[in-house]
Design a protein around this ligand. Structure first.
Ligand code: ADP
Ligand code: MG
Length: 241
C-alpha cells in the first residue's frame, strides 16, 4: 500500500502565487479526480508534484510513503513511483521510445530482457502501433499516438501513483477510451493510485473516480464522491468561482 500525501501545498510561478493550501491524500488503488476551469492551476499542480523547473513550492509538503518528494530531483521522484502523463507530451528527438523505456527499467533495477514481449502485449491492449517504439519519443506522433505512447510507458513501468494531466486533451474518443481503460485496469491489476486532472467528465466512463475535488483559483473548494462530477456536468463551475 502506497500513500501520496500532499499537505497545504502552495506554489508560485513567475512570481505569482498560483496554488494555495492544496491538500490531497491518494492511496494505492484509489482514483482522485481534480476538476476545474482553465487557468485554475491544474497543470501547475502536476508540474510541482514532478518538480518542473520554475514551479517554486512556497509552502506545504509532498511525501510518498513518508519520503519527501520535494527534496528529490524529478528522475528520483519517478523511480520512487510517481509517473506523470503531461497535457502536452514532450517530443524527444534522438531518443528512441524503446530505449527510453529500457533505460527507465534499468534505473529501477528491473529486468528489461522481456521488454519487447511486454511492449507487444501492452501495445495491443491500447491499440498502439508497436513499430512506433523504434522512433524518437513522441516526435511527429499524432495526438492520439502521443497519449497512447505515454500510456504504454505507464503500463510498462508500473508506477505506484500516476498523475494524468488532461489525458483527454488532443486525442479522439477511441484513443481516450483505450488510454482511460488501461489506467483503470492498472488500478485493479497493479493497485495503481491515480490523480486524474480534467475539466470534462467524459473519461470517467472508463476511469471511475472514487473522489472528486474541485480546484478553482488555486484552491480546492470542494471534495466529494463521484456524484460531484455528475453535478458539474449539469451546473458547470459557476457556483464555485
Ligand atoms: P490549468 O491547467 O488549470 O488550466 P495552469 O496551471 O496551466 O492552469 O495555469 C494556472 C495559472 O498559472 C494561469 O494563470 C497561468 O497563466 C499561470 N502560469 C502557469 N504556468 C506559468 C508560467 N510558466 N509562467 C507564468 N504563469 C504561469
Ligand atoms: Mg492545464
Amino acid at each position: 500500500m502506497t500513500t501520496l500525501e500532499i499537505k497545504n501545498l502552495a506554489v508560485a510561478v513567475g512570481g505569482s502565487q498560483i496554488l494555495s493550501d492544496v491538500s490531497l491524500t491518494i492511496k494505492s488503488g484509489e482514483v482522485h479526480a481534480v476538476m476545474g476551469p482553465n487557468g485554475a492551476g491544474k497543470s501547475t499542480l502536476s508540474a510541482a508534484l514532478m518538480g518542473k523547473p520554475g514551479y517554486v513550492v512556497t509552502g506545504g509538503s509532498v511525501t510518498l510513503d513518508g519520503v519527501d518528494m520535494l527534496a528529490l530531483p524529478t528522475w528520483q521522484r519517478a523511480t520512487a513511483g510517481l509517473h506523470l502523463i503531461m497535457q502536452y507530451p514532450t517530443e524527444i528527438p534522438g531518443v528512441m521510445l524503446q530505449d527510453a523505456m529500457s533505460a527507465a527499467l534499468d534505473t529501477r533495477n528491473q529486468d528489461s530482457n522481456h521488454l519487447k514481449k511486454i511492449i507487444e502485449t501492452e501495445a495491443k491492449r491500447i491499440g498502439f502501433d508497436p513499430e512506433l517504439v523504434m522512433r524518437s519519443v513522441n516526435v511527429d506522433f499524432s495526438g492520439g499516438e502521443k497519449k497512447r505512447s505515454e500510456t504504454l510507458q505507464l503500463a510498462v513501468l508500473q508506477p505506484k501513483i500516476a498523475i494524468l494531466d488532461e489525458l483527454d486533451s488532443g486525442l479522439d474518443i477511441d484513443a481516450l477510451r483505450d488510454c482511460a481503460q488501461r489506467v483503470e485496469d492498472a488500478t485493479l491489476e497493479t493497485n495503481l493510485g491515480v490523480l486524474v486532472i480534467t475539466h470534462y467528465s467524459r473519461l470517467f466512463e472508463q476511469l471511475k473516480p472514487d473522489f472528486v475535488h474541485i480546484l478553482t483559483n488555486g484552491r480546492i473548494v470542494k471534495s466529494a464522491g463521484p456524484e460531484l462530477a455528475d453535478e458539474l456536468e449539469v451546473t458547470g463551475y459557476a457556483a464555485y468561482l
